[in-house]
Design a protein around this ligand. Structure first.
Ligand code: ZN
Length: 158
């Protein structure tokens, strides 16, 4: 049995985090909003961060650099595609920065990141916006509790 204040699979963990890139620019931070709650061991967060947080304790501060391989993946060239207006759902207000769910050639679900909108349609990128980047996480572990059975089943905290 692991201690109730140690991060392990099946724990709901609350963290505050700041995410910066190699050049020091800040991409995201939870510090001016509610902490992020996630279910440890259920891939709610990028693999490299989840791995580093395993075994950490309540109150710990963690500095992690996650490589693309354990983050949002490598950046693929030629992953941009233009989609004509006529092939898009008619009532959809699409803006750059949005993510669209789509189905790949083999019926595999994929996420398209909208990078441009023009008169004829939209440009999407299959790469996650943070693909190919080292992710510098600065994390504070602020709460740890056991997940409920329902949360375990769903694979995320409620
Ligand atoms: Zn649920």
């Amino acid at each position: 049995m692991s201690s109730p204040t140690t991060i392990a699979d099946g724990k709901v963990v609350s963290i505050h985090y700041t995410l910066t890139l190699d050049d020091g620019s800040e991409v995201d931070s939870s510090r001016d909003r509610e902490p992020l709650n996630y279910l440890h061991g259920s891939q709610n967060i990028v693999p490299g961060l989840e791995k580093e947080l395993t075994g950490k304790e309540l109150g710990d501060k963690v500095e992690v650099v996650v490589t693309p391989e354990e983050g949002y993946g490598p950046r693929y060239a030629d992953a941009q595609q233009h989609i004509a207006k006529k092939d898009l759902p008619p009532d959809m207000e699409i803006q750059p920065g949005m993510q669209l769910g789509a189905e790949g050639p083999d019926g595999v679900p994929m996420v398209l990141h909208v990078v441009g909108v023009d008169d004829d349609g939209i440009t999407v990128d299959l790469n996650h916006p943070l693909a190919g980047q080292n992710l510098h996480f600065s994390v504070d572990v602020i709460a740890i509790r056991d997940a409920t059975e329902e949360e375990q089943e769903h694979g995320h905290p409620h």
